[in-house]
Design a protein around this ligand. Structure first.
Ligand code: BGC
Ligand code: NOJ
Length: 808
């Protein structure tokens, strides 16, 4: 069952029922001011950091769900309704929500009033615009009232939810004309405030929640809407809110428009006050006047559309399959930008307070955005590198506002260092900018280092931390956060991630070995580029040794072993009771080149197909673990079929897709792709539950009660990796150090497709023909009519080039 449909021309998903199987959200903003918005206007806004600078309040896991948002109410003759459906669950005559690139439009009709609400964050400024149009569809002149409502959060989201003994006393506001200023804590240590305004004269306001709602009411039946009269309340402590009321007269057929703005302002210490106790509003007023008319707002909206058009124009495909087109051209790339911006901080599954920017996560996200925003990617690489320790290990996470590592979680995830090599290599392959290697970014201890030094530290961290089988020590965990082999947790509530009670654990990871072999050749190449030939040789030797170790200790009969536990017993082998096979090393060892000559890669991928494939995608392991295994940790804490214990973990399915393309199996690669790509699952939205336009982290596996149900949508490495798999390995347009490699591996039945790829200043229009209907192999390539040797498109000074690729 579907709840809407794709509008590819406008690059929107149109939701036609407000009560979707889960709130289906979108993101506003892509620089410093962000908002999450659901299809019924739920969600919240923050400046830079969802944890430390939350502007409006949201209640996760509330009853009913999706509690808190940008709520509007229309009042007429003693009755009222919510034009966005929420919070009143109004019985609307029509409803639709259009989630687009960086904006959301909710349209509805009720009582012959047509409402359109457009939400977006303009480029370059720290505010959210709510552009609201109300049209009178009746033949009568009408007098209505529009009420706005949002709840201010006291900036620190965690404190806001917990420290009531203090917080109920601190709330402060100012009201000036139509603008409500939220200035809690501004008098002391904060130099920022937020404001909520509308570009019309108001008939009243409220800033105190209790006055607006009444203590025992919910958002759906505020006291103020019973009378239709605001109280003009001023918040002193308790819970500050912003609510305006507007008296609106509409002739028959008339439409009126209102611009609401929710903004964020910072003032310099010496410019904080206008007079004693009165905040300096100059910057706010300036910002407000920049967007206080429909014309100005429409222009800003156009600019935003152009911005997205440009971002997405770096890669697009023409293909007979509309689902593939909408994934590749629009939604996958859009999700890549969102994951770039927000890492794993704020979604409807990530509360904004538990994690900041993850070292491993962000490095992987960059793989999906380097082609769109190389400059920003470069900056992020430097931020990430600066949280790295001199020995190559890294803070697992850092806070975006402070750019400081999170002490609570610390370091010791031994895959982390290697992801930096993946990210830097991807950046250089995209841009050709080797200069980044020479840029200085000190280690976490302040010691001066170049980016190349960071890569060397990353590489050597593996070399210097090998276990009894010469495989990499796993530390707290590798990519699989829940495979915790170096601590045995018995205490309820203890964090599996950080507990360490088995110091000097010899547990080893075959997956890290595979990663090392995958990233290693790039490191060798970069070392040579830096004229570090001795180091390159040393690295090559280390890679050879790792290969030998994997061949010797990393193979089971028919697939790769996953790890060695604290007792140096293998995990992920046919002899284990549970989890005989894990997905991760199968993908990475093959990407790292193991088993390509002796048929082991084929055998392995057949095993993956036999054991892990399901109608909803590839499961992370099999058989699922039925009892808690203290030597394995969190992975065995999940009920079978969920999360790391046997769900379809969408993040690592593309590793298998890529491995399949390496052995030339385009059928299977694409089968796996289309099983988890959300656009292909749109028809089963009722089962899938999360948004049909973005990937979810996981889909419940076959042992779960809800096989096929997705969770954790939006912020997941799934986005970047699936884009890498489809664009670089299946469609075969792959940036490499010396050019753009053309190497498709597709289903045989595909006859033709065209990719437009902007690469190092040239727009390549690449037409791929498959006359013999094969999976892989390139017979000829013509660039602007001239046949070239090999499969590499070199950079040249032309702005545009036509490329003909004949497979064969
Ligand atoms: C999740 C990770 C998370 C970890 C923390 C895992 O189940 O997949 O997203 O980092 O739990 O507990
Ligand atoms: C999600 C985490 O963000 C990521 O870092 C981890 O690799 C996966 N879960 C798998 O555990």
């Amino acid at each position: 069952m579907k709840y809407g449909h794709f509008d590819d021309r406008n690059k929107e998903y149109i939701i036609q029922k407000p009560d979707t199987p889960y709130p289906w959200i979108n993101y506003l903003g892509s620089e410093e001011f962000f908002g999450l918005i659901s299809n019924t206007a739920g969600g919240y806004s923050f400046y830079k950091d969802a944890s430390k600078r939350r502007l409006t309040r949201y209640r996760y896991n509330n009853v009913p769900t999706d509690a808190g948002g940008r709520y509007y109410y229309i009042y007429e003759k003693g009755e009222y309704f919510s034009p966005a459906w929420a919070p009143q669950k109004s019985n609307l005559d029509s409803y639709q929500c259009r989630h687009g690139l960086g904006y959301t439009i909710i349209e509805s009709e009720k009582n012959l009033l047509k409402t359109e609400m457009k939400f977006f964050v303009p480029l370059g400024d720290n505010l959210e615009i709510h552009q609201i149009k109300i049209k009178n569809l009746s033949n009568e002149h009408r007098k209505i009232k529009l009420f706005s409502f949002l709840e201010f959060c006291l900036y620190d989201a965690e404190d806001d939810m917990t420290n009531f003994q203090r917080n109920f006393n601190t709330g402060e506001v100012e009201v000036d004309g139509s603008t409500i200023y939220h200035k809690t804590e501004y008098r002391e240590r904060r130099n920022h405030y937020s404001f909520y305004t509308v570009n019309q004269e108001i008939s009243g306001f409220d800033t105190d929640r209790e006055s607006f709602l009444g203590l025992y009411n919910s958002f759906s039946n505020p006291d103020v809407l019973k009378t239709g009269e605001s109280n003009n309340s001023i918040a002193h402590g308790w819970s500050p809110i912003g609510s305006h009321s507007l008296e609106i007269e509409l002739n028959a057929g008339q439409e009126k428009e209102f611009i609401f703005q929710l903004g964020y302002i910072e003032n310099k210490e010496e410019e904080k006050w206008e007079s004693k106790g009165v905040i300096n509003k100059n910057k706010a007023k300036k910002l407000i006047s920049k967007y206080n008319s429909s014309d100005k707002v429409n222009k800003a909206f156009k600019k935003l559309s152009k911005h997205w058009e440009k971002l997405l124009s770096s890669f697009s495909i023409k293909h007979p399959d509309p689902k593939l087109e909408r994934m590749v051209n629009i939604w996958n790339q859009y999700q890549n930008m969102v994951t770039y911006n927000l890492a794993r901080s704020a979604s409807y599954f990530e509360s904004g307070i538990s994690r900041g920017i993850g070292f491993r996560d962000s490095n992987q996200d960059l793989l999906g955005s380097a082609h769109m925003i190389p400059e920003r990617v470069k900056k992020r690489i430097k931020d990430l590198a600066s949280t790295q320790f001199e020995d190559g290990s890294a803070f697992h996470q850092y806070q975006p506002l402070t750019k400081k590592g999170n002490d609570k979680i610390g370091s010791g995830f031994n895959d982390d260092p290697l992801w930096l090599i993946f990210a830097v290599a991807a950046y250089i392959k995209e841009t050709g900018d080797y200069e980044i290697l020479k840029e200085t970014v000190p280690f976490n201890n302040g010691k001066k280092a170049t980016i190349f030094d960071h890569l060397e530290a990353s590489f050597m961290h593996v070399v210097n931390n090998l276990g009894p089988h010469n495989l990499p020590l796993i530390g707290h965990a590798d990519w699989n956060d829940c495979l915790n082999l170096s601590a045995f947790s018995e205490k309820p509530g203890e964090s599996f991630q950080t507990v360490s009670n088995k110091d000097n654990s010899p547990a080893e990871s075959v997956m890290i070995a595979g990663m090392f072999l995958t990233a290693g050749p790039d490191f060798v190449h970069l070392s040579r580029k830096m004229n570090k030939n001795k180091l390159a040789k040393k690295a090559e030797m280390a890679l050879e040794e790792m290969k030998a170790a994997v061949n010797k200790y990393g193979r089971d009969d028919e697939w790769f072993v996953r790890a060695y536990d604290y007792y140096s017993k293998p995990l992920g082998t046919k002899d284990n009771k549970y989890a005989k096979i894990f997905i991760e090393p199968q993908g990475f060892c093959i990407m790292g080149g193991i088993g390509l000559k002796d048929g082991f890669a084929e055998k392995t991928l057949d095993s993956v197909n036999r054991k892990l494939n399901s109608e909803h995608g590839l499961m992370i392991l099999d058989p699922t673990i039925k009892e808690y295994q203290i030597n394995m940790g969190e992975v065995s804490s999940y009920p079978p079929g969920y999360k790391e214990n046997g769900a379809i973990f969408c993040h690592n399915n593309p590793w298998i897709m890529i491995a399949e393309t390496i052995i030339g199996n385009g059928e299977r690669a694409f089968e796996y792709y289309s099983k988890i790509a959300p656009a292909y699952r749109e028809d089963i939205s009722k089962l899938h539950r999360t948004e049909p336009y973005v990937y979810a982290q996981m889909i419940a596996g076959k042992d779960a009660a809800s096989f096929g149900e997705a969770k954790n949508s939006w912020l997941t490495g799934t986005a970047a990796w699936n884009f890498v798999a489809i664009s670089q390995w299946m469609l075969g347009i792959r940036p490499d150090f010396d050019g753009l490699k053309i190497d498709p591996c597709i289903p045989a039945e595909w006859d033709e497709y065209t990719v437009i790829r902007k690469f190092r200043g040239c727009k390549f229009k690449i037409n791929v023909k498959n006359p013999k209907n094969i999976n892989k192999g390139v017979e000829k390539i013509f660039v602007d009519g001239k046949e070239i040797e090999g499969q590499l498109l070199k950079t040249h000074d032309k702005d545009e080039s036509k490329v003909e690729v004949i497979m064969g």
